[in-house]
Ligand binder design. Structure first.
Ligand code: COA
Ligand code: MG
Length: 291
């Protein structure tokens, strides 16, 4: 089984914000995305890029993944961002405004041509109408390790802007697209992160949004503020109830009388071997995050 890498809480940190950057070592998030794109004003784009090397030189430890979000490769800054990011050997480079598989393949070619280590992966924002229409072929790239693609990040603010849907607290108009992303990500063996919640002072609303995203099958949530980390870590970790259930399924199949059985009855419910596999996956996940 592939080792589980938690990505419950993934915090955007603007590369132009020294105070926010200085906080990284003290944060309990699973990953940070050092942002060169929408969090950085055009006048600061170049100086933000020039800070990357320094940010990675002081990299505290490998517990927290470090990802760089570059500007769109079709624009003025993206190509230089990609080269600067690759030199830092981040865990991944996050590509914004991806429309087609070609956008990811071209970025991968640049990394290959510049001898970036295989460990430098690509993540893709799903935030344009074209990306949604191409979601199957985009996700399919995940089946080929040479593409480097390992994760999708929902860009819900851009999707609302590009499509004209009303952003409601219950996210009703986004829901079908988010579920398409879940389906595609699973087909391609990719991780999937939910979009940000802009209202960072409303932690109750945020916790509800996380719980819903976890129920929808997301692996974690992208965050804008440190105050959101704790709720995301909790929501995307297996619950105590789910863990107790998983242990009872594992223990039931371990009993001698069930050794050769494909289907058993447990507390009045049918349990199949597929539930055992699911339970083992959940227990491995809990062990990895120390839950
Ligand atoms: N990463 C790390 N630290 C952060 C942070 C972040 N994303 N957002 C806030 N902080 C820090 C602040 O620097 C501040 O530090 P201090 O205690 O040393 O003063 C502390 O957390 C509290 O911040 P607060 O005053 O509540 O918020 P703020 O007004 O400074 O910042 C935002 C609010 C929204 C501007 C800021 O959170 C931010 O820039 N978020 C990221 C935005 C982004 O990347 N967007 C693009 C992707 S959608
Ligand atoms: Mg965006």
């Amino acid at each position: 089984m592939e080792t589980y890498r938690p990505r419950r809480s993934v915090l955007y940190v603007p590369a132009s914000n020294d105070k926010a950057l200085a906080k990284i070592p003290s944060l309990a998030c699973d990953a940070v995305i050092i942002d060169l794109e929408d969090a950085v004003a055009p006048a600061d784009k170049i100086s933000a890029r020039e800070r990357l090397a320094g940010i990675f030189a002081g990299r505290p430890d490998r517990r927290c993944e470090m990802v760089v979000r570059v500007n769109a490769l079709s624009g003025e800054w993206g190509a230089h961002d990609l080269l600067a990011a690759a030199k830092c050997e981040p865990d991944a480079i996050l590509l914004p405004k991806v429309d087609t598989p070609r956008d990811i393949l071209e970025a991968g070619d640049v990394l290959d041509d510049n001898l970036a280590a295989d460990e430098v992966k690509l993540w893709a924002m799903i935030e344009t109408p074209k990306a949604l229409l191409n979601i199957g072929p985009l996700a399919e790239l995940g089946c080929d390790p040479a593409s480097r693609l390992t994760c999708f990040v929902a860009g819900t603010n851009d999707l609302a802007k590009e499509t004209g849907i009303l952003a409601t607290p219950d996210r009703r108009y986004l829901m079908p697209w988010l579920m398409q992303m879940v389906l595609a990500a699973r087909a391609g063996g990719l991780d999937l992160l939910d979009g940000v919640c802009n209202d960072f002072r409303d932690l109750d609303g945020f916790a509800r949004e996380c719980a819903e995203a976890a129920a929808m099958g997301f692996d974690g949530k992208s965050l804008i503020h440190p105050a959101q980390i704790e709720a995301a870590n909790r929501a995307f970790a297996p619950s105590p109830e789910a863990l107790a259930e998983a242990r009872s399924v594992r223990d039931a199949f371990a009993r001698a009388e069930n050794a050769g059985r494909q289907v058993i009855s447990l507390n009045g419910k049918m349990v199949e071997r597929l539930h055992l596999a699911q339970a083992e996956k959940l227990l491995a996940k809990a062990a990895a995050i120390g839950a």
